[in-house]
Each structure stands twice: as structure tokens, then as C-alpha cells.
Design a protein around this ligand. Structure first.
Ligand code: ATP
Ligand code: MG
Length: 745
């Protein structure tokens, strides 16, 4: 054995080493959090490349978030893998995007296609609904979008969906199938795909083109999938198609951490894997290296309450560590205040910097009170899961131009760019241009170019436009033409910089925005990202940059700094670890979320979510709640989360005030423990109320006045919910949940 191998295996236990050395044939690693699954994947890659002389180019590792992928790449590089950049370590989406850039033509995509995000998608769905003659009042576009996305996640096309709808006699599905058909047509016309398509098209490509499939199977001779419990049917199918005759596929996961079933992840994939690869080796890892024993025991006692699971033991050699702290604040402001002060106290007393801490919560809007406390107490923080950087309006406006320059057929982004800033090109003009371009079999971009060429040649307008519109469109065409030329000549960051000025974006922001400085800072940040990208990968062009920008989730903008506290939703915390974790809002109705209360399966998913949060903590864990919370528009007393009661007394302590931790009281844990507080006089009369029922799309509900109807959408709206109900008379109403008092039928 060479010294290298010793290096790679020294840091591993026996089961981990076995998994690293088991390089040939199918392998399934099922193991709990913090047991080194991801570590095994990286060491296995290093082992293959260094010891088995497999070209790094032949190895692919897919994972769930870009952040996880980046960590994986960093770890591979530190394991001295030669030419480690050639290993593919990225998300399924990135993998497919790259495959389609090369071979998309096999499924009717030009290589410069655009990836539409859910907002673009939404606009297109609405357009498709018009074409399909489906009434928005009766069928909410979001509901249609959800059904179509669900169909795509199981690789079903519009014909398949129509058949299913017929079979199930489901009217909304039948409508969705029609919309799906036109939606695909619109995507095709724009040479664009949505996120689900990336997977679906890649699968189609491999299924229909044996050559491409064989090429990929040869190319990626070793395939690894991390966070396998959260893959959907399409992703799993893709993984199978990529696996060649040698079956070198290794999947790694933990069923207890499956938290994406609402996004169509299918935990049955783990079972399917064993059916599909009956010879698969199965390795379990049982030692947790991440967390203290107290934290681990807390997590284990919680998850033991799930009925639908295979019990598994997790042990650790780590010390028992500090007790898990439970704090019950009075209001959500006091909850946030407790967290903030405790963070300051940890820094002062224990020299634990805020950068080692994370505050986790169930829904995004919970971050606001924590933010306010941070501002008050002077703690730097970074929110993950707020408005994503690439989603901000100014960034999307700018990207619209870049997308058009890159893919002139992209009508959706063209429509966005054409009037940002306003250029006096009205809806009618755009409509006229569209019809004219269709009749001439041109893209809208080509139509605009034709108009501006005619204008500079002093000719009459070739399209049926009024004189003013002719000038405006021609001027816009000149701008696009000029930047199309510049695209090849300037570095990307300079191109963008110039575009911001010349397209009038900067002036637009300064004129129309209430906070222009912040928006311009975002634009500057975008330009520096482009510059950074150029220096990292000089051979990559606009195409790759845009692809990355379309694929990045916000976890990727997260940079570690020792002074910056992380605020993050429980969903996004997956795979990460922090020395100190605060989970806030441990209340019935919030965690578990009220939407999950009706079904045991959903309740168990909430418990897994809480489990994921707890198991991110390495050294200290705080479980916090507010006795009284403003939710759904009114303030009411809350009940402690049932999850709190599932933790044995001997592992926990109750904190009274920041920094002052007391021993458990003998009073009940199911209510606010008044003996520890100073506010009891105000709270005595508060009887905990049942959490408000939050309807889900598809539920039938009853309203006092309007009678019964079908929920077509339900979205968070500040601390309330906005629900759209189609009542039995056919009337669509938009209601605020706190006022509507809907009952489930
Ligand atoms: P999750 O399920 O949360 O994704 P995981 O099983 O992927 O967890 P890793 O992130 O790979 O776990 O490992 C958890 C932590 O334990 C990491 O900090 C890792 O470096 C460390 N670790 C893993 N194995 C060992 C080992 N054999 N010796 C020391 N530290 C280890
Ligand atoms: Mg992991």
C-alpha cells in the first residue's frame, strides 16, 4: 500500500474505509447524520483517482445544493487529487444543463437555450392558459404550474397527463394537461426550458440516443449521488441511465433526513435501488463525528417517534457536552432578543464567534424578528432564503438583457428588457411586433433588427408600426445590435458595466427606486461576480456564466465570515454543520407546521425537518419558542411543539435569561414556565388556542358567507395567508385567512 492510501484511510473508521475501498459495482450507503457520508464520497473519489488510476474526468458526484457541491470540490482538492477540476461535482441540474448544452439538439434544443426560473415559468403558464382557453378564475395558474411540475418530476408528458386525468376523472388535471401542451410549445418557441425540463430532457436524450448514452456511460464510469433520499423519480432515472454495464454507482443517503417530498422527492428510491441492483453492497455507518452526545441523544429520541422508519443506532465517542438549552420567551421579539443576547454572551464568555452560530426556522418570515434583534444588538448577520440575490428585480432586469444577447430567440426576456427602462414601446406595439414576426417566421429579436436596419437605411417601417413606435423600436434594435457586436469583443464584466449605463438601467434605478444605492450595490456585486468568474474560468463564456446564475440557489451566496451570524430555513440547512445552532419557533402550528397536522405522513416529515436542524449542531443546541406569537394576522398564545416533549428531561436545561441557565423546573413543560419569568401577571389569562387551520391547494373548505369551495392557492402573506377559493357558484375569491375563518370540509 502506498503512503497515499494510508493518508486517505487514516482519518476513517472501518466501515468508512470499507466504503471507500469498495469501488466496483453498485453500493448503497445508508447512514445517519454526521456519520461521514459526504466524507466517504470525497475520499472515495480521491481513492479512485489516486490509487486506482481512474482519470478524474471519469468520475461524477451529484449532490443537492451548489453549496454542498462547492464544499465537495474543495475537499477533493485538499485530498490532493490530481487535476481535481475534471471531476464533475455538482447538482443534477448543473449536470443536465451541461449535457444539454452539448447534445440538446438530439431533443430539439439549440445549445444556447435559456433556463427559465419559476417566475418566468409562471408568466408562460398564464399565456398557455389563454391559448388553451382555460379560465384563470377557475384554475389558478399556480395550481396548474404545480400539477405540470409534478408530472415532469415523474417524466410524464402532456399526453400522459391527459390520460391520467381521464383515468382519475380529475378535472383540474385535465385542464393542466391542456395547458401543459401549450406551455411546452411556448418554451420550444423561446428555445427555453424550465428546471424540471433539464432533468426530463436529459433523460429523454439518453433514452432516445443510444450513442449519447453509451458515451456518457463510458465517460462517467463512476457515479456517486449524495443526499439520495431527496432525489425524485426523474433524477433517479437519470442516475440509472448514466450507469454503464459495470454498474459503478454509489448512492448515499439517510431516510430520516428526507424533507423534500413536497417537491416530489420520492423516498422509495432507496428501496428501488435495492431492487434495481440486487447485488448492491449495503454499508451502514454508525458513528457520529459531528455532535456531542447530548445533541445526538436529543435527535435520536425525537426521531424515534416516527413510525414509518427503520430504527437505527447512532453512537458517538464525542463528549456529552453542554446540555441542550430550552428557552420559552414571552413574545417573538423576546425570543429573538434571547437569541441575540445569547450569541453576544457566547462570544464574551466562551469566545465563540457569531460566525459559528446559526439561527434556523421553519418559514422565511420568522427571520424578521431575529434580524431586528441583530440590528439592535449590533450583530452582523446573513440571511439565507430571503430574496435570492439572482431573483432581485435589478439583477433580473440586467440578466434579461444578457439572456437576449445570448439567446436572441428568448422572447420572455426580450419582453422584459424591451421596457426596462420604459422606452415608449407599448403593449400594442409589442403585440404588433409579435404578430408580424410570427407571420414572417422571424423571432421577435430578428423582427426588431429588421426594423432598426430599415430605419438606418431611411426606408419605411417594414412592420405595421406607427411612426413613434418605429423610432422607439429602431432605437432599441440599435442598442441590441451594438451589444451583440460588443459581446465578442469585451470581457463580460466590462460588457455588463457598459450595458448598465447605456441601456439606461442605472438612470432607471436612480429615478424610480426608493433605495437606489442598495440596488446599485447589487449591480456592482453582479459585475464583480462576473469578473471573478472570468478570472476563475477564463475560457468560459457568457453562456456558462448565465447558466450558473440561473442555477445558483441562495445557499451559494453564503460566505463564511467569523463575525457573521447565519439565518437560514431548516430546509436549506441540509448537509451543513455549525458549532452552535438555535432553532426558533418550536410551537404547534409552526414546527410542526399547521399544514402538516392532518396527515401523519406530513407530520413525520416535519419531525424529520426538526431532526435535520438538531443534527446540524456540533457543540451547542438551543430550542427556543415564544409563548405568544403574531401569526395569521392576530396575536395568540401558542402551544409548545410536541417535539419539545419528545426530548427526555435529563438532556435539557431551561434558560431564564441570556447567559443564565437554570436547572429544569418541576413544573409542566407543556406551558410557559412562569416560575422562571417576570411577566406572569400579563400572561395568566392567556389560554392557548388551537392553531389556525391553513388550507392546502385542493382542499374543500367552508366559509360562513360564501359556502363551500375549492382552494386553488394558499400563500404566505406577511404573517398571514392569502387564500384563493373557487366557491361552488363558480366565483373566485381572494381571502385573508385570519379574517376568512375557513373550515375544512
Ligand atoms: P449529513 O447527513 O448531515 O450530510 P454526513 O454523514 O454527510 O452528514 P459528514 O458531513 O461527511 O457527515 O461528516 C460530519 C462531520 O464529521 C464532518 O465534520 C466530518 O469531517 C467529520 N468526520 C466524518 N468522519 C470522520 C472520521 N472518521 N474522523 C473524524 N471526523 C470525521
Ligand atoms: Mg452529508
Amino acid at each position: 500500500m502506498s503512503t497515499h492510501t494510508i493518508d486517505l484511510l487514516t482519518g476513517l473508521n472501518n466501515a468508512q474505509s470499507e466504503a471507500v475501498l469498495c469501488t466496483e459495482g453498485p453500493l448503497l450507503i445508508v447512514a445517519g447524520p454526521g456519520s461521514g457520508k459526504t466524507r466517504v464520497v470525497t475520499h472515495r473519489i480521491a481513492h479512485l483517482a489516486r490509487e486506482c488510476h481512474v482519470s478524474p474526468y471519469r468520475i461524477a458526484a451529484v449532490t443537492f445544493t451548489n453549496k454542498a457541491a462547492r464544499e465537495m470540490r474543495d475537499r477533493i482538492a485538499t485530498l490532493q487529487v490530481p487535476d481535481s477540476d475534471s471531476v464533475f461535482a455538482g447538482t443534477f441540474h448543473a449536470f443536465c444543463a451541461r449535457m444539454l448544452r452539448r447534445f440538446g439538439e438530439g431533443v430539439g434544443l439549440d445549445s444556447n437555450y435559456t433556463i427559465y426560473d419559476s417566475d418566468d415559468q409562471f408568466g408562460l403558464i398564464k399565456q398557455a392558459m389563454q391559448m388553451a382557453d382555460v379560465d384563470e378564475k377557475l384554475n389558478h395558474p399556480r395550481a396548474m404550474q404545480g400539477i405540470i411540475s409534478g408530472a415532469k418530476s415523474v417524466l410524464m408528458d402532456s399526453v400522459g397527463l391527459a390520460k391520467q386525468a381521464q383515468f382519475e376523472d380529475e378535472l383540474s388535471k385535465e385542464m393542466a394537461a391542456r395547458v401543459y401542451h401549450y406551455y411546452e410549445e411556448l418554451l420550444g418557441r423561446s428555445n427555453a426550458v424550465d428546471f424540471d425540463d433539464l432533468l426530463m430532457r436529459a433523460v429523454q436524450l439518453l433514452q432516445e440516443n443510444a450513442d449519447v448514452k453509451e458515451e456518457y456511460q463510458r465517460r462517467y464510469h463512476y457515479l456517486m449521488v449524495d443526499e439520495f433520499q431527496d432525489t425524485n423519480i426523474a433524477q433517479y432515472r437519470l442516475a440509472r441511465l448514466l450507469t454503464g454495464p459495470d454498474q459503478n454507482i454509489c448512492v448515499v443517503g439517510d431516510p430520516d433526513q428526507s424533507i423534500y417530498s413536497w417537491r416530489n422527492a420520492d423516498i422509495r428510491n432507496i428501496l428501488s435501488f435495492q431492487n434495481d441492483y440486487p447485488d448492491a453492497r449495503v454499508i451502514t455507518l454508525e458513528q457520529n463525528y459531528r455532535s456531542t452526545r447530548n445533541i445526538l441523544d436529543t435527535a435520536s429520541s425525537l426521531i424515534a417517534n416516527n413510525g414509518m422508519r427503520v430504527p437505527k443506532e447512532l453512537t458517538t465517542e464525542n463528549a456529552a457536552g453542554a446540555d441542550v438549552v430550552i428557552h420559552e420567551a414571552y413574545t417573538q421579539e423576546e425570543e429573538a432578543d434571547f437569541v441575540g443576547k445569547e450569541i453576544l454572551e457566547l462570544a464574551r464568555r466562551d469566545r465563540i464567534k457569531p460566525g459559528s452560530c446559526a439561527v434556523m426556522y421553519r418559514i422565511n418570515s420568522q427571520s424578521r424578528s431575529v434580524e431586528e434583534a441583530c440590528l439592535r444588538l449590533g450583530i452582523k448577520y446573513r440571511i439565507i432564503g430571503g430574496v435570492q440575490f439572482y431573483r432581485r428585480r435589478e439583477i433580473r432586469d440586467l440578466m434579461a438583457y444578457l439572456c437576449v444577447l445570448h439567446n436572441p430567440q428568448d422572447d420572455v426576456n426580450l419582453a422584459r428588457a424591451i421596457n426596462t427602462p420604459a422606452r415608449g414601446i407599448g403593449d400594442k406595439t409589442i403585440q404588433d411586433l409579435r404578430s408580424w414576426s410570427l407571420s414572417k417566421r422571424l423571432s421577435v429579436f430578428e423582427a426588431i433588427t429588421a426594423v432598426s436596419q430599415a430605419k438606418s437605411a431611411g426606408l419605411p417601417c417594414p412592420a405595421p408600426l406607427a411612426a413613434r413606435a418605429y423610432t422607439a423600436v429602431a432605437r432599441f434594435g440599435d442598442l441590441l445590435g451594438r451589444f451583440s457586436d460588443l459581446k465578442a469583443k469585451l470581457p463580460m464584466s466590462d460588457l455588463i458595466d457598459l450595458l448598465v449605463k447605456e441601456a439606461g438601467l442605472e438612470a432607471h434605478i436612480r429615478k424610480t427606486d426608493t433605495n437606489p444605492e442598495e440596488r446599485m450595490e447589487n449591480i456592482q456585486e453582479f459585475i464583480s461576480l462576473a469578473a471573478e468568474y472570468e478570472s476563475d474560468s477564463p475560457e468560459d463564456d457568457l453562456s456558462a456564466f448565465l447558466e450558473r446564475a440561473s442555477l445558483v440557489a441562495d445557499v451559494d451566496n453564503y460566505e463564511e465570515s467569523e463575525d457573521t451570524l447565519t439565518l437560514i430555513t431548516l430546509h436549506q440547512a441540509k448537509g451543513l454543520e455549525f458549532p452552535v445552532v438555535f432553532i426558533v419557533g418550536l410551537e404547534e402550528g409552526l414546527l410542526p407546521h399547521s399544514r402538516s397536522m392532518d396527515s401523519n405522513a406530513e407530520l413525520e416529515e416535519e419531525r424529520r425537518l426538526c431532526y435535520v436542524g438538531i443534527t446540524r449542531a456540533m457543540e451547542r443546541l438551543y430550542l427556543v419558542r415564544a409563548f405568544q406569537r403574531r401569526m395569521w394576522g392576530n396575536t395568540s398564545a401558542t402551544l409548545p411543539s410536541r417535539f419539545l416533549e419528545e426530548i427526555p428531561e435529563n438532556l435539557i436545561r431551561y434558560a431564564r435569561s441570556p447567559g443564565a441557565v437554570t436547572v429544569p423546573s418541576t413544573s409542566s413543560r407543556t406551558g410557559y414556565d412562569r416560575s422562571l419569568t417576570t411577566w406572569e401577571s400579563t400572561a395568566v389569562d392567556q389560554e392557548p388556542k388551537d392553531p389556525v387551520y391553513v388550507p392546502e391547494v385542493g382542499h374543500t373548505v367552508k366559509h360562513d358567507k360564501f359556502g363551500s369551495g375549492l382552494v386553488v392557492s394558499c400563500e404566505e402573506w406577511g404573517s398571514d395567508y392569502q387564500v384563493e377559493v373557487c366557491f361552488d357558484g363558480g366565483e373566485l375569491r381572494r381571502l385573508l385567512l385570519s379574517y376568512a375563518r375557513l373550515e375544512k370540509v
